[in-house]
Ligand binder design. Sequence first.
Ligand code: NAD
Length: 438
Amino acid sequence: MKIAMIGTGYVGLVSGVCFSDFGHDVTCVDKNPDKIAMLLRGEVPIFEPGLDALMSKNVEAGRLRFTTDLAEAITGAEAVFIAVGTPTRRGDGHADLTYVMAAAEEIARAASEYVVIVTKSTVPVGTNRAVKKVIKKANPNLDFDVASNPEFLREGAAIDDFMKPDRVVVGVQTDRAADVMAAIYRPLYLRDFPIVTTDLESAEMIKYAANAFLATKITFINEIAALCERTGADVKQVSHGIGLDGRIGNKFLHAGPGYGGSCFPKDTRALARIGQDHGLPMQITEKVITVNEEMKRRMIDKLLDLCDGSFNGKTIAILGVTFKPNTDDMRDAPALTIIPALVGGGARVRVTDPQGQREGEALLPGVSWQEDPYKCANKADLLVLLTEWNEFRALDLKRLARKMTSPRMADLRNIYSVKDAKRAGFIAYDSIGRPAYR
Ligand code: NAD
């Protein structure tokens, strides 16, 4: 099948590359000429494990192309996917649909034959119907259908998630569009996975409900962790104990510094806004947003405590700034709340991250970037483990402690323990929801 993918970000590029690997003929479009120039040179503009190899394999096979010319890309395409950003709109929490609507209009003007226009971006309930109106207005004679196909991949494991999804959700209005969507995903039928076919509104709602539920689960365990700290319980043991219950499940029960990233913060805000717009406040989601913000602030208090009440003049080493490992994405990362508070409090902040520097440099002024954890820890008063990259999971803690002026550790991902830290010579250790010492 011939497919056009509008937007070559974390979702569009991965989806385009994977569809081409299924055997479809895919053209990826982006309005950012620098991105397309990189892609044409065979370079991947984002860090996503395995993407470069899969991309070059399919370019070489002649199934995958890149262009800035939307009209060229959609000529003869049976389906056009919109995978552009839907960030939070300034001021009101709403998902900003400017890019989606602009893409829809461009597609309408360029299309001339029957095509299914598929929204892969995360969009509020009712958006696909609005997209349909925009297209009809821009090109009244066009024969087309719209479809909602929300994406559930996780950055850092995106290819695997796309190739082996728990489910594919497709919202449609006609059998014809359902048939086109089924043909696109048919290569996946070899694996036994459910394709959930719904109406447009349900598909749109499924995506927000899923993300809000996951954000709630993380926030719930973070709040339990805070109570563990007050009561002497250990949240790792608590997570294990509740996660074995099949009704709860053990995923998304790792306590940490509060969720961040390109999806949970903006999607919870957008769901809260959808509720308000329909006169039905999403009270749980609204509370999750507030509690998560408090969690990030609690982290700053924790670090302040380890610095004896003042950041001024302290040297603080930060391991990891991306919102999670195996991505270079910094959007809404906890680092963006925590590090400015340290710099603002007068600390000298040294930072290391396997992939975060390219994005992070502009977002984190006043920090010094270091090659590795050991250089980062040099003469530091506090070491903060902020993102659980594999590189930070088996550190030589003795070597780190020896390099530091006053070896103290804030392990905000619960990788190490009091025992590990004491044995290595740290004079203080704190983590999330577990025993600490100082
Ligand atoms: P992104 O910002 O990385 O990429 C969006 C791309 O679209 C950019 O390269 C931009 O230049 C391009 N673009 C915008 N308007 C365009 C136009 N008119 N024509 C051509 N290109 C255009 O965004 P992303 O992280 O890939 O997210 C895309 C959507 O997918 C969002 O709605 C997001 O909520 C959703 N989503 C993201 C993830 C994730 O993990 N990142 C997971 C699931 C769903």
